[in-house]
Design a protein around this ligand. Structure first.
Ligand SMILES: [Zn+2]
Length: 391
């Protein structure tokens, strides 16, 4: 089958435009979108399982198409988007404008189109003679740290669903991706002891103590570059570490009491981010006795911003071969961005990342997905509905 020659159906494009028009920036509720999908599925007689955040303002949706069949492949997507504040758009980010073979809008590439095309094939999955069910797993709060999907997976496990594989539809230009780095972010708050800057021996300088830890992060980054076995295929083939924000101090002549900084590790699938963070914390603890000898109550406090595990699938996995076949692709690739794939994989589900559009357009002003990519994704879904065996 020449998958490039099949035109995009109006229904798929309509659904993609409908989803783009809903404002699901991560700090907003995603319930409009979730209820829309739930209602579309309900019309086909499919029940959805919704799992909520504590405030009940956001939900994940999990649905099985092919009730009674053994569990099959999960089609996974996140419903939230990044914001567009301060970006220079020439079209309305919520306008779902179609021009010159492209659908424009926030989330068009990352990653509402994948969800829309999966949804537009719900009927086909239900009518499929495949011996396996297809599952939809649509999460909230991916963009701010993959917080939603863990509840979805726990709920799915509780329901006794054990899928054979998972396809995460992040934008890879429909080339199956089998690895990405992790993203681990932390905040470090330093409490010192203030004093007039003429009396430094009676003080604990929070900025200077923070700087020692910043230096530790920098030393670690240099260590990764120097010592880590290379993982070819990534733009940067070793783990990275960097400090992204630093705040502290109130005046030139006041030894600062407080400082804080934020830093991140992007660990290779073969590295261990937990050990990296342990090394930072251990260094902080080694500095505290001298601080506390001057002033009790001084020291370091850490907060976790996000911990998105790295992902390492396999070209040999049945779900990877399935994605290759459905996408008409011989290649596999690695991607530079974090996804929910590592979380599905670490819960024991073979996983691959493959979806329409390019990450180059994601998070950008005038984000778009080409209609050609949508047509390829449709062919992929049609192929999945016609699949008799996974692999
Ligand atoms: Zn995404």
């Amino acid at each position: 089958m020449d998958i490039t020659s099949t035109p995009l159906t109006p229904r798929a494009l309509d659904l993609a435009r409908s989803l783009v028009r809903m404002n699901t920036v991560s700090h907003n509720s995603n319930l409009e979108l979730i209820h829309f999908v739930r209602d579309e599925l309900a019309r086909l007689g499919v029940k959805s399982r919704l799992t909520y955040n504590d405030e009940k303002t956001k939900a994940n949706l999990f649905a099985t198409l092919g009730e009674g069949k053994p569990a099959g492949v999960i089609l996974s997507g996140h419903t939230d988007t990044v914001p567009w504040d301060g970006q220079d758009w020439t079209v309305d980010p919520l306008g779902a404008h179609v021009q010159d073979g492209k659908l424009y809008g926030r989330g068009s590439a990352d990653m509402k189109s994948f969800i829309a095309i999966a949804l537009s094939h719900a009927g086909a999955f239900l009518e499929s003679a495949s011996p396996f069910a297809v599952h939809f797993a649509f999460s909230y709060d991916e963009e701010v740290g993959c917080f939603g999907v863990r509840g979805l997976i726990a709920d799915m496990r509780e329901a006794g669903v054990a899928p054979l594989g998972c396809i995460v539809g992040e934008p890879t230009s429909m080339v199956p991706a089998i690895a990405h780095k992790g993203v681990y972010r932390y905040k470090c708050c330093v409490r010192g002891k203030e004093a007039h800057s003429s009396l430094t021996p009676q003080s604990v300088n929070a900025i200077e103590m923070a700087a020692r830890l910043v230096g530790k992060v920098r030393d670690m980054a240099e260590g990764f570059e120097r010592d880590e076995p290379r993982y070819e295929g990534f733009d940067v083939p070793f783990s990275t570490a960097s400090v992204g924000q630093f705040h502290g101090g109130i005046a030139d002549n006041v030894v600062p009491r407080d400082a804080e900084f934020r830093y991140e590790f992007r660990d290779l699938p073969t590295a261990d981010a937990a050990r990296m963070q342990q090394a930072v914390v251990a260094h902080a603890r080694s500095l505290e006795p001298a601080m506390q000898a001057v002033a009790p109550g001084t020291g370091f406090r850490f907060e976790t911003i996000c911990e998105i595990p790295s992902f390492l699938g396999s070209a040999g996995d049945a779900v990877t071969r399935l994605a290759q076949r459905l996408a008409g692709e011989q290649r596999t690739t690695l991607v530079a961005f974090g996804t929910e794939a590592g979380i599905f994989k670490s819960s024991g589900i073979p996983t691959v990342v493959c979806g329409p559009g390019s990450i180059v357009q994601a998070h950008q002003p005038d984000e778009f997905v080409s209609l050609d990519q949508l047509a390829r994704c449709e062919a992929f879904m049609r192929g999945l509905a016609a699949t008799r065996a996974i692999g």
